[in-house]
Design a binder for this molecule. Structure first.
Ligand SMILES: *Cc1c(COP(=O)(O)O)cnc(C)c1O
Length: 377
């Protein structure tokens, strides 16, 4: 049996029951279950606002779009970001005609505040912090820097569903979660954006449905005579989530913390298996952080050969991520982040999901260790 990187596990009967409600009621779109998941998510993470989306990519773009328009940013204004991320994080900067400014990562593989400080200019308007693998890295120092320089902080929390920092949900001015198929709260494709500012949350809600504002008329219609009328206030997007995705999320949410506990247990087993082995660096979790453990990453020399060896052993890990500046799209920014470049060549994400048995984890550990011995011999 092969051991895969990610295999989502669904509460199938509960998911089907939630979806059945949508089908029986004849309501699969925006509203109904999307409202319910927003309320449940707000309770779960303890944040005041949450808007359900069709993806985290949409949410990251929306955050920049709303900030840019509300705060009057200009084309070419700068957004500090990390090269070690899924390309979504950086594409959205280009969607808005803003300029990505890559800062380097630290030992947590998250943005290093020292590097960030060197990248701040009068044109720096925003910073996107990626909690890689569920880790918070030096987020608090980044928050302080952003506050001091009036920089909007977007937290790309795609990996962070359930992550806690000093027993609270870590946040930015906008915090964006992914409920994509292999994330910790898997649906098929959906996400959530949590604005700190309720005014921006209200704008975002209109913008995710083409800028349509139904409220102005429903409020004044007294009994709904003009229910069919609406105003359009913005050039919005088709970014809102739907009730089928929300139904899946609602069925999965009660298991998120239990699942994350198991993820942390697997991570601890990996940690114990690699303890004392010099050739295998594990990525530490930041102090005060209880990580969602979306990923378990190690760093090794000869990563590509190790990947081939692991595949031969029936183990199929991943890499999160190659430095985005390795891609042609971002080639202009090569060579500015030495630590990210170094790690980009060395990191491996080991299998981490809820169907792994302890024996599977042990097999992965043994396969990793055997490669080392093989290389020495
Ligand atoms: C998955 C992911 C995204 C995008 O999420 P979608 O919901 O697939 O759009 C963004 N950032 C990171 C770090 C991710 O891993």
């Amino acid at each position: 049996m092969s051991i895969q990187l990610f295999v989502p596990t669904f509460a199938i009967d509960e998911v089907l029951a939630e979806i059945r409600e949508c089908l029986e009621r004849g309501w699969t779109g925006l509203g109904f279950k999307t409202v319910e998941i927003e309320n449940r998510w707000k309770e779960h993470v303890g944040l005041p606002h949450a808007h359900f989306l069709n993806s985290a990519t949409a949410g990251l773009h929306l955050a920049l779009n709303v900030f840019k328009e509300e705060y009057g940013w200009q084309e070419g204004d700068e957004v500090i970001t990390t090269p070690l991320t899924f390309v979504s994080t950086n594409h959205v900067i280009l969607y808005e005609g803003l300029k990505p400014v890559f800062a380097d990562v630290d030992e947590y593989l998250c943005l290093d505040p020292r590097s960030v400080a060197q990248r701040i200019t009068p044109r720096t308007k925003a910073l996107i912090f990626v909690g890689l693998g569920g880790n918070t890295g030096r987020l608090e120092e980044i928050q302080t820097l952003c506050a001091a320089h009036d920089i909007k902080l977007i937290l790309d929390a795609a990996h962070m569903a359930g992550t806690r920092l000093h027993d609270r949900t870590p946040t930015g001015d906008a915090t964006v979660y992914s409920f994509q198929a292999v994330k910790n709260l898997p649906t098929a494709d959906s996400g959530m954006i949590c604005f700190e500012d309720g005014r921006l949350d209200a704008i975002a809600r209109k913008k995710t449905w083409l800028g349509i504002n139904k409220d102005t008329y429903t409020r004044t219609s007294e009994g709904g005579t003009y229910k069919w009328l609406y105003d359009v206030e913005y050039v919005g997007f088709k970014y809102h989530g739907n009730s089928i995705m929300a139904a899946i999320a609602l069925a999965q949410l009660p298991y998120l913390e239990r699942d994350n506990d198991r993820r942390r247990e697997i991570a601890a087993r990996y940690d114990a298996g690699f303890r004392g082995l010099e050739a295998i660096s594990t990525i530490p979790v930041a102090p005060g952080c209880v990580s969602s453990r979306h990923l378990y990453q190690i760093a090794v020399e000869k990563r590509d050969q190790m990947m081939v060896h692991l595949n031969e052993c029936g183990v199929f890990p991943g890499v999160h991520y190659l430095s985005n500046t390795d891609y042609r799209m971002f080639a202009d920014y090569r060579g500015l982040c030495p630590n990210a470049d170094r790690m980009s060549e060395r990191i491996i994400s080991l299998p981490l999901h809820l169907r792994l048995t302890d024996a599977d984890v042990d097999k992965v550990i043994e396969s990793v260790i055997r490669f080392r011995i093989g290389m020495v011999a």
